[in-house]
Design a protein around this ligand. Structure first.
Ligand SMILES: C[S@@+](CC[C@H](N)C(=O)[O-])C[C@H]1O[C@@H](n2cnc3c(N)ncnc32)[C@H](O)[C@@H]1O
Length: 225
């Protein structure tokens, strides 16, 4: 089902312009975009400091990135979300809560290297990315080789990816993909909420829904070799 456009979308987006680094055109031709757009940001200029940068891909309503940023004022955060309606909710949350260390990119993650400097990111978060089990959607999975090559460009030496999912299929697919693309497992659990990592976990919107349905959360953290 197509999501209805938010009321007053444009003025509300405009009101968040100071925390929105880039807004892509809908139905962007990714190949054309990758060739056309070359607007690499100076992240020290963007944040006004040289603190480490972490990135969430597919931030949804922003609950996770807001809490992470609140807990870690010593870190800068970027949040990528392809859907404009959705990124607006996340940006309005950050504005409302007065959080200073988060900026947004309203683009598909496929074109991140057009905007972010190589090796500029310390850690990437993938929270409940859509599993896309159909074989013909494999390339679009956010842990496919195609995306891991993009993350490899963006991550600094020793950089990490932290992933959570409710889908055993997607979890196992991702573990295989990490191994095939030179990422080594740092920690892993099939039941995050009953593991040693539970205390520091930040529950996302999708995670809360899946947990309410009795589903476990699979979590893995990998490091680039
Ligand atoms: C299933 S939702 C999960 C939202 C949130 N991370 C959570 O855990 O509540 C996946 C989100 O990723 C976004 N997304 C999917 N593919 C993307 C891509 N290639 N680039 C950027 N965002 C993407 C979707 O628009 C959606 O908001």
């Amino acid at each position: 089902m197509r999501m209805r456009r938010k009321r007053n979308l444009e003025p509300r987006m405009e009101a968040c312009a100071d925390i929105l680094l880039v807004r892509g055109r809908p139905m962007l031709n990714l190949k054309e975009a990758a060739e056309t757009y070359r607007a690499v940001f100076d992240l020290e200029e963007v944040f006004g400091n040289d603190r480490p940068v972490e990135l969430e891909v597919g931030c949804g309503n922003g609950a996770f990135i807001a809490e992470l940023a609140r807990r870690h004022p010593e870190t800068n955060f970027l949040a990528v979300e392809v859907c404009t309606n959705v990124v607006l909710t996340a940006m309005e949350r950050i504005r409302r809560e007065g959080i200073a260390n988060v900026r947004f990119l309203n683009i598909p993650a496929e074109i991140l290297p057009c905007y972010l400097p190589a090796q500029s990111v310390r850690k990437i978060y993938l929270n409940f990315s859509t599993p896309l089990p159909a074989a013909n959607r494999e390339k679009q999975r956010l842990t496919s080789s195609r995306f891991l090559q993009i993350y490899r460009l963006l991550l600094a030496a020793g950089g990490e990816i932290a992933q959570k999912t409710d889908s055993l299929f997607f979890f196992e697919y991702s573990l295989k993909s990490y191994a095939e693309n030179g990422f080594a497992v740092v920690c892993e659990t099939h039941d995050l909420h009953h593991s040693e990592y539970a205390a520091e976990n930040i529950v996302t919107e999708y995670e809360a829904n899946f947990t309410a349905q009795g589903k476990p959360t699979y979590m893995v953290c990998v490091r680039m070799c």
